[in-house]
Design a protein around this ligand. Structure first.
Ligand code: B1M
Length: 212
């Protein structure tokens, strides 16, 4: 039993999706509880990936393939996790800002957040302020997460923050932003609650925002 969890852990760290699928199926068939497989096998592996990334031993490609491997395992666990009533870390509405089609970093952030137990409502790319507002209302989200890769699309983040205020929902959500040209200073300037420079930091920031 324990060795299956270890094998899942290693396969997530090494980004071996097919092995993760095979071992998660075996663990479920062996009767291991879904939260144990998730927490001890997968989330702990992603935490390790995040640590290795911060230490410069893993790079974006490794993080991305680990995240994909985790997604493959998560897809199998999802129905069982619902039954087991695992408490969500919070709901996050995420999207790449209006005018911007870059989604690799945003997807990575969404995957890492999902891996850390957040429920993700992914609005995709080129997301208008109106769509962000509607998604916050419809889903009763705790966090709005915006990504921008172009200096020309960054101002849409301010427009979205203002749209949340105008719609009267700004007080019920925390806003976090990121993306290559985005900075901590910029986040402060536009009245966002948090900024993260990369996907592993995004998990830390999101956790601190929901517990604040
Ligand atoms: Co574009 N592009 N691109 N591009 N592109 C950049 C961003 C650019 C820097 C390239 C360059 O000139 N050196 C430049 C922007 C210049 C600027 O504004 N300062 C640029 C440009 C100019 C353009 C076009 C305008 C080119 C053109 O058509 N003339 C055009 C715009 C299209 C549009 O969006 N409207 C365009 C198009 C494209 C492609 C479609 C071809 C493709 C995107 C494919 C896709 O995403 N599906 C593309 C790509 C691939 C890039 C580069 C090469 C790589 C981006 C990437 O995926 N990085 C990029 C150059 C670069 O960044 N060095 C470039 C990997 C990814 C994992 O990192 O997205 O930074 P990143 O995400 C990181 C962090 O930023 C952070 O975490 C992630 C993981 O660590 N993060 C967050 C991201 N979002 C976060 C949110 C958070 C927290 C952290 O909280 C909510």
């Amino acid at each position: 039993m324990e060795s299956l969890i270890k094998e899942i852990h290693t396969a997530v760290m090494e980004g071996q999706s097919d092995v993760v699928v095979e071992k998660v199926q075996a663990a479920m068939a062996a009767g291991l509880p879904a939260p144990t497989i998730l927490n001890d096998g997968m989330i702990s592996a992603m935490a390790e990936v995040g640590r290795l990334f911060e230490e410069g031993e893993y790079f974006v490609p490794e993080m991305l393939i680990s995240a994909r491997a985790m997604q493959a395992g998560l897809a199998l666990l999802k129905p069982a996790l619902k039954e087991a009533d695992v408490k969500s870390a919070g709901k996050v509405v995420i999207g790449t800002i209006k005018g911007d089609l870059h989604d690799i970093g945003k997807n990575l952030v969404a995957m890492m957040l999902e891996g850390a137990g957040f429920e993700i409502i992914d609005l995709g790319t080129d997301v208008t302020p109106e769509k962000f507002v509607a998604a916050v209302r419809d889903n009763n989200a705790q966090i709005v997460a915006m990504s921008a890769l172009l200096t020309t699309t960054m101002p849409s983040m301010t427009v979205t923050v203002n749209a949340l205020k105008e719609a009267g929902v700004r007080e019920q959500v925390k806003v976090m932003i990121g993306g290559a040209p985005v900075t901590e200073d910029y986040a402060r300037q536009i009245g966002a609650d948090g900024f993260a420079a990369d996907a592993s930091r995004a998990v830390v920031v999101a956790k601190s925002l929901v517990s604040a």
